[in-house]
Ligand binder design. Structure first.
Ligand SMILES: Cc1cc2nc3c(=O)[nH]c(=O)nc-3n(C[C@H](O)[C@H](O)[C@H](O)COP(=O)(O)OP(=O)(O)OC[C@H]3O[C@@H](n4cnc5c(N)ncnc54)[C@H](O)[C@@H]3O)c2cc1C
Length: 447
């Protein structure tokens, strides 16, 4: 019996694979899958993994394909395992402040469901209206409020994982605390589908967040904005958002007709009980750091929503096949301003539009590189700029990825960041979990 017939015996499949080739990252090659499996239960996932293991066929897990590292890209002849059909919330437990769900639940859907119980699931990637909990766990996703509430990893209490040969493994706990054995749960967080398929997650919750208020502060230089970030944190504030939009991006928003300063702008938000005093104190710190304008606003984060439209407007005028490459690099907070200064130089050196936005409170920046995919010279310059950005991040004591992961995009850079013994052990763990090398092959590690 061939692959597709065998799969069909225990799981629905889709033969038109065109919609499942790749995630949202440019530069990364994608192969042509043999078939897409569409499980709706753990048993169906196990059937797919057992079948692929028996026939020696690679399997690529996919969530909503919003990933930005090529980690969900198909390889030739593989089974794409799309988990979006496993989208049930199985249990909301207010007494233990946890939720149990399948991997295909959309992040915003989960957050909205638990809010009906007076609870909150804080991790808020900007893509939360489309990305899935399984994808968030597999990439170790972050987001805007993570500066106060932590990242996805901080909320994963336990997992059910189907291993490469179809065995089902449960990790973790429902208790708040627990240290029994090695922490296999967090081994799977950020493993990008290379160690096993997440089929269920138990996630910690917090009491609902109250309404927030915030401020916008415009600075004459990114260095001043960086100094304000450092001052806010050093003064002991825990803002629920501390985001930065650079001058280049603010100019693009202004060009759309919005009355904003074309200046590096900090968005700070507080959702604590003393938020009025908190916002006033953060505003004073911004002024002391050289802010040229500070505006207290209820919906300060709304400014972020204008970024996508500003990018689209620039791209509309570019001709060819314009692409926005959203990069991800994180440095110690104190080096954020230096990194932004270096981005301006990289943009000039490579003749590209590069804007920088990001989660400044975490030192996590998302440089956005705009280029025409039909212009080989622009593609070459964009790739060179990407290398220069990674190198700058590492030189400043940072990391090649704060939250998007390694995937295909950053495999070569992983070697430059990790200690060789750490990399060796990681490869051995991969071989232990997936001896035949069939699970999301070629991702994260380049051999
Ligand atoms: C506009 C935009 C904004 C974004 N903003 C943010 C942000 O603020 N913060 C952030 O962290 N990311 C952000 N991202 C990146 C992306 O949304 C995240 O990486 C997200 O976690 C991916 O989820 P997904 O469901 O789309 O997974 P996919 O892209 O489908 O897959 C991502 C990885 O997870 C693996 N995977 C998926 N499901 C499973 C599973 N059940 N078991 C095992 N492996 C699995 C895949 O194999 C792949 O390696 C953004 C992306 C876009 C396009």
């Amino acid at each position: 019996m061939d692959l597709i017939e065998s799969l069909r015996e225990g799981c629905p499949v889709l033969l038109d694979t065109g919609g499942h080739l790749r995630d949202s990252a440019p530069f990364c090659p994608a192969g042509v899958p043999a078939v897409v499996a569409l499980p709706t239960s753990v048993d169906e996932v196990r059937h797919v993994m057992r079948t692929a293991h028996r026939l020696g066929v690679p399997v690529v897990p996919q969530g909503a394909r919003t990933g930005l590292a090529g980690a969900a890209n198909a390889v030739d002849g593989c089974v794409v395992l799309s988990l979006t059909g496993m989208d049930r919330i199985l249990e909301i437990d207010p007494a233990n402040r946890l939720v149990r769900c399948e991997p295909g639940v959309v992040t915003a859907t989960l957050a909205s469901a638990v809010s009906q119980h007076g609870l909150c699931y804080p991790p808020d990637p900007v893509s939360r209206d489309t990305c899935t909990i399984g994808g968030n766990i597999a990439t170790g996703a972050g987001g805007i409020c993570c500066v106060k509430y932590g990242v996805t990893a901080d909320y994963v209490l336990g997992l059910s994982v189907v291993l490469s040969d179809g065995r089902l493994m449960r990790t973790g706990r429902r208790a708040v605390k627990g240290v029994a054995g090695l922490d296999l749960t967090h081994l799977f967080v950020g493993s990008e589908g290379t160690l096993g398929v997440i089929v269920e997650a138990t996630l910690a919750l917090r009491p609902a967040r109250g309404p927030a208020s915030g401020l916008l502060a415009a600075f004459a230089s990114t260095r001043d904005a960086g100094a304000a970030v450092a001052a806010v944190i050093a003064a002991g504030h825990t803002p629920s958002a501390l985001e930065l939009i650079d001058r280049t991006t603010m100019q693009a928003i202004r060009d759309l007709g919005h009355p904003v300063e074309p200046a590096a702008t900090l968005i700070a938000e507080s959702d604590g009980p003393d938020q009025a005093a908190d916002v006033a104190a953060m505003a004073a710190l911004c002024r002391a750091a050289g802010a040229v304008r500070v505006e207290v606003r209820q919906d300060a984060l709304g400014l972020r929503r204008l970024i996508a439209a500003a990018m689209l407007a620039i791209m509309a005028g570019m001709g060819g096949r314009p692409t926005a490459f959203i990069e991800d690099v994180a440095v110690p907070r104190s080096h954020l301003a230096t990194l932004i200064d270096q981005l301006e130089i990289i943009a000039l050196d490579h003749g590209l539009w590069i804007g920088a936005t990001g989660h400044a409170g975490d030192g996590n920046l998302h440089p956005i590189v705009l280029f025409d995919q039909d212009d080989p010279d622009a593609v070459r310059r964009a790739e060179a700029a990407y290398d220069a950005i990674m190198a700058a991040g590492l030189r400043l004591g940072g990391t090649i990825t704060g939250e998007h992961g390694v995937g295909l995009l950053k495999r070569a850079w992983l070697r430059k960041e990790l200690d060789p013994e750490s990399l060796r052990l990681q490869r051995e763990i991969k071989r232990l979990c997936d001896p035949a090398g069939l699970l999301n092959p070629g991702k994260v590690f380049d051999d």
